[in-house]
Design a protein around this ligand. Structure first.
Ligand code: ARG
Length: 567
């Protein structure tokens, strides 16, 4: 595509040779609305060199600049030189690019030969995969896809919480009150019940905690067959349930190496810290003092010698560096764990590894229920699987009402219902806290997934009805209506938005942008007839419809949302 920003820089550098093109490009701004032009160059910086007021400089330069084929008009507004893009060129470059690149439009190869690990979802075994985990799952999956789209070799990791003291509790609880058959009927719910009961009873009877610690230690030492078997069994039945959700969301992981995988990789790391003189004893535990960095100490081993969450994360990072030689190692984990990530990444840095800077925590805000904070311990949870099922059911009901003859109703209801949940997760800045609400999730009005999906389906049916073919000859000069140009502008920005989303690790940029495209498209649809106009114009408009459909589809795909052709 034509890079108009570069062309602005070319124009300016001809009249101000003292500025480098790159420097100019960085100075170029986008005016707040199109009446003021597509690009603006502020002249404040030139005042010294020209010994004149910026307004005068802008006025003089605007007159001197020749916009060539790329710009229709160049004029100053106060101290700015404003550039108006030649819209015919814009239309041509956008539509030609989408036509050539199709679903690859917006992708690049900037990541070629580099590996980006995206760790996400990472639920805890034997605990519900609740609505609090959906954010990590959905944001992570989208980032994974965005990196891949930019040519990175991206790897999806699920750091399952399959280790830790809670397994001590579960084993102890199972041995007291568990019934294998009952648990296998409904694993997560039953294991959760055991966990909740154990915590309740332990409040009255302290010795239960001791028992839990014992079982966890046995597990960690790895010699107790019974403990190992129970752990493996709980892991298997839990993962089976998690996979139901991943299948619904169409998510695949390249690795499920969870916390347990790293248990035999810890001693080496602890030894190294020891050798480097980083470990201090504190009430029987081993710590790395981080006071200098204004953080509480990182706990490396406990008084009974068993290791901790932090230690496993450090061991995992070393393993990943060695095994994958990552370019970036990304962790999509709730902001509640900010300190944890700061601490262990600092420890790796203090061990002398500069790749510590490539370990990136991508935090996101908390989810609460309308009735309060989620708490596994108290059994206050909303199961993700239920949310998705409920969304699918409601969607099916809407389809039955509005479009009962639709083919593949069930399949479409799945794509739209699940898409609605994912879309609303990815609509806001990830760092924002939010309250989960059934009503909002299942609303199909306004800025929602179903609205964008519906726009895509509408475009698709126009292409069918108009017997659109990519081989059609298109006269781009016919697309001049404001509604048409508005879509084109948004399509033109799409590649930049995707790069921005990748750099800021913020899928919501894409969600917002395709919503804007859908809105612009529906305005166009409502005010410009498409199938009933004469052939030349019809072909040009259909090409615009094709481009819109293609970009919306790509955008949805990058979010992990499907785009049914009919709905
Ligand atoms: N299992 C943890 C939880 O559910 C999240 C794991 C995050 N990843 C990590 N490498 N620590 O809270």
């Amino acid at each position: 595509m034509i890079d108009f920003r570069k062309e602005v820089a070319n124009c300016i550098s001809k009249v101000v040779p003292s500025l480098g093109k790159e420097e100019i490009e960085n100075l170029v701004e986008i005016p707040p609305n199109y009446d003021m032009g597509d690009y603006a160059f502020p002249c404040f910086r030139l005042a010294k060199e020209f010994k004149k007021a910026p307004n005068l400089i802008a006025e003089e330069l605007a007159e001197k600049i020749d916009g060539g084929v790329y710009f229709n008009e160049i004029k100053n507004v106060g101290p700015y030189i404003n550039f108006f893009v030649n819209t015919e060129k814009l239309v041509e470059t956008v539509l030609n690019s989408v036509m050539e690149e199709k679903e690859k439009f917006g992708s690049t190869n900037i990541g070629k030969g580099r590996k980006v690990l995206v760790e996400f979802s990472s639920p805890n075994i034997a605990k519900p995969f609740h609505i609090g985990h959906i954010r990590s799952t959905v944001i992570g999956n989208s980032l994974y896809k965005i990196f891949r789209f930019q040519g990175f070799d991206s790897v999806a990791l699920n750091h399952l919480g399959d280790y830790g003291t809670q397994f001590g509790m579960l084993i102890a609880a199972y041995k007291k009150w568990g019934d294998r058959e009952v648990i296998e009927e409904d694993p997560i719910n039953e294991l959760l019940k055991l966990y909740v009961r154990f915590n309740k009873e332990a409040e009255k009877d302290e010795s239960l905690r001791e028992e839990a610690r014992y079982w966890f230690k046995e597990l960690e030492d790895g010699n107790n067959q019974e403990a190992l078997e129970l752990w493996q069994w709980m892991r298997d039945i839990s993962l089976k349930e998690f996979n139901i959700v991943y299948d619904m969301l169409n998510i695949k992981f390249d690795s499920y190496a969870g916390e347990s995988f790293y248990s035999d990789k810890m001693p080496k790391v602890i030894e190294e810290m020891e050798e480097k003189g980083m470990l201090k004893e504190s009430r029987g535990a081993m710590i790395v003092d981080l006071e200098e960095y204004n953080m509480p100490p990182a706990l490396i081993t406990k008084s009974d010698g068993s290791t901790l969450y932090t230690t496993r994360d450090i061991a995992a990072a070393f393993y990943r560096k060695e095994h994958y030689d990552f370019y970036k190692n990304i962790y999509v984990v709730a902001s509640e764990q900010n300190l944890h990530f700061k601490q262990w990444i600092k420890v790796v840095e203090l061990m002398g590894y500069d790749w510590a800077k490539d370990c990136i925590h991508v935090p996101f805000g908390m989810v609460s229920l309308e009735e309060g904070k989620l708490s596994t311990r108290e059994g206050k949870v909303v199961f993700l699987e239920d949310v998705l099922n409920k969304a699918v059911e409601s969607t099916l009901a809407i389809i039955e009402e509005r479009n009962p003859d639709l083919e593949n109703k069930e399949e479409v209801a799945k794509q739209v219902g699940i898409g609605a949940v994912v879309f609303q997760e990815l609509f806001n800045n990830r760092i924002k806290d939010y309250v989960f609400s059934w009503d909002r999730t299942l609303s199909f009005e306004g800025e929602t997934g179903p609205y964008v999906q519906y726009t895509h389906a509408r475009a698709n049916s126009l292409l069918d009805k108009g017997e659109f073919s990519l081989a059609n000859k298109v006269d781009y000069s016919l697309l001049i209506a404001e509604e048409e140009i508005n879509i084109i502008r948004l399509l033109y920005q799409f590649p930049e938005i995707v790069i921005d989303a990748m750099e800021k690790l913020e899928p919501s940029f894409i969600t917002r942008h395709i919503t804007e495209i859908a809105k612009a498209f529906n305005k166009f649809y409502n005010s410009c007839p498409i199938l009933t106009v004469e052939k030349e114009l019809k072909n040009a408009r259909l090409m615009l419809v094709f481009a819109t459909k293609t970009v919306i589809r790509t955008g949805l795909d990058l979010l992990g949302i499907e785009a049914p052709n009919r709905m």
